[in-house]
Write a protein that binds this ligand. Structure first.
Ligand code: SF4
Ligand code: SF4
Length: 446
């Protein structure tokens, strides 16, 4: 076993030692209820978790619980002993997988998932970003020299206007920062989820070390999954030399500096945040930031915000529940007289941005609002154009220009794959035909 794997084992063993077996974590677990596991058996399930951690073979009810976990962190919030139960469950899930199937099977799954994601991200980023910006993001982390590294992760590059917004905001704060991301700096989530620890160490673990090699004093994360993984599977394993935190928390801590730069001529709007708990203080930070924007009224709406830490990802296993959350949000927002839904993360933005085709609502990311309030932003949200399913002329013209600039070709099979990626994800959207036809035509011309 590697030194890293040893330290993970030690974290889980410490959780098991501190656990009193009260069962509160299992009682509140939303995905355990979703798959029909009985809250009345909480102490038994936690006993099985402790036994697995101490070397017993995984038993079936426990495995069902572990497999259902979508990382909501409701368990951690409920634990009276302050145990990071989500972290414990994540490590236990990997251990259970290691015990029940050959590592090669997990490695194959992880490689396939990574390859598919990397192809989609590369294409979508190349369709929406100029080469100069893309190359700046993709350059190796360890060669950076700035005090602050804004780490995008991989998947936000499907909706790159969010990255441009954050860069605008950090620019407005006159920070010495650099931006880094893309699949060469992956957090290794697939490898960890599939219990391919040796490859995880060469990917996610290595990415984290590269941040340290850059000498940055602060790493600002964007992606909630990267934030969770680096926080719980890296920072807790070995404290880094740099400070790590989500960009929304950093911006909220710099609210006075932002407020001083906000322009007062902002549009009047009534907004609802599409809420997720589970990633530090991101929700509180985003609400605080939005409340400071001139002429913006934040409308409180009761939501199922504890079901998952973000849309998609592990929560995609529960398509009906996600769909119900999205519909209730849009209908609740309309009923409350809101005119805008604000997304916290990129996966939620992808899920909801097409809602404009269905409901009388605008859908923007919180970074859209902040960047505009600073007199910047305004970057086209091409992904939203795809998702709304209306006229594609603007999106196709941009894609043609950026693909050429990036030296990337799109072929018909890639368009088919992208269409499935974009329109099969749970969410609210217009039809897929407009995107498919317009981009198939682009592929035939290229
Ligand atoms: S993180 Fe959420 S889904 Fe996972 S075990 Fe904890 S409460 Fe359940
Ligand atoms: S809530 Fe905490 S102490 Fe109670 S069973 Fe869960 S991990 Fe153990």
């Amino acid at each position: 076993m590697s030194a890293y794997a040893d330290r993970l084992e030690a974290l889980a063993a410490e959780a098991a030692d501190r656990c009193t077996g009260c069962g509160k974590c299992f009682e509140v677990c939303p995905t355990a209820r979703e798959i029909g596991l009985d809250a009345g058996e909480a102490k038994t399930r936690v006993g099985e978790l402790t036994a697995l951690t101490r070397g017993a073979a995984p038993v079936e009810p426990l495995q069902k619980w572990l497999n259902a976990c979508d990382g909501s962190a409701r368990c951690t919030a409920a634990c009276p002993e302050d145990i990071n139960v989500r972290q414990w469950v994540t490590i236990a899930k990997m251990k259970a997988l290691e015990a029940t199937r050959p590592r090669s099977e997990g490695a194959t799954n992880a490689a396939g998932r990574f390859r598919h994601m990397a192809q989609a991200v590369r294409l979508l980023a190349s369709m929406q970003l100029p080469s100069e910006t893309l190359q700046r993001i993709l350059a190796p982390a360890e060669r950076r020299t700035s005090d602050v590294l804004f780490y995008t992760g991989c998947n936000v590059l499907r909706t790159p206007h969010i990255v441009l917004n954050v860069m605008d905001i950090l620019d407005a704060l006159e920070l010495d920062f650099d931006v880094v991301g893309g699949t060469a700096h992956c957090c290794g989530v697939y490898q960890f989820q599939e219990a391919d620890l040796p490859t995880y160490e060469r990917m996610g673990h290595r990415t984290f070390q590269r941040f340290g090699q850059s000498g940055a004093a602060k790493v600002l994360t964007w992606c909630p999954t990267c934030t969770k993984n680096f926080d719980e599977l890296e920072k807790d394993v070995e404290p880094p030399a740099f400070d790590l935190g989500h960009v929304s928390e950093f911006l909220a801590a710099n609210l006075d500096a932002l407020r001083a730069r906000f322009t007062t001529d902002q549009p009047r709007r009534r907004v609802v945040i599409h809420e997720h708990l589970g990633i530090g203080a991101t929700l509180h930070s985003i609400a605080t930031l939005l409340k400071a924007v001139p002429n913006l009224e934040l409308v409180e709406l009761p939501q199922d915000s504890g079901f998952s830490y973000a849309c998609g990802g592990q929560a995609a296993k529960f398509k009906d529940r996600e769909q119900a959350i999205h519909r209730a949000l849009a209908e609740g927002a309309v009923a409350a007289g809101a005119d805008t839904i604000v997304t916290m993360y990129h996966s939620c933005h992808r899920a909801l941005s097409g809602a404009e085709a269905v409901y009388p609502l605008r859908v923007v990311n919180f970074t859209d609002i902040l960047a505009e309030a600073l007199g910047r932003g305004g970057h086209p949200d091409y992904y939203q154009l795809y998702k709304k399913g209306g006229a594609m002329d603007e999106a196709v013209a941009a894609a043609r220009k950026f693909l050429q600039d990036n030296g990337v070709r799109v072929d018909e099979s890639s368009v088919q794959s992208l269409t499935a990626d974009i329109f099969n994800e749970t969410g609210l959207a217009g039809g897929r035909e407009a995107f498919q036809e317009a981009f198939t035509s682009l592929a035939r011309q290229s």
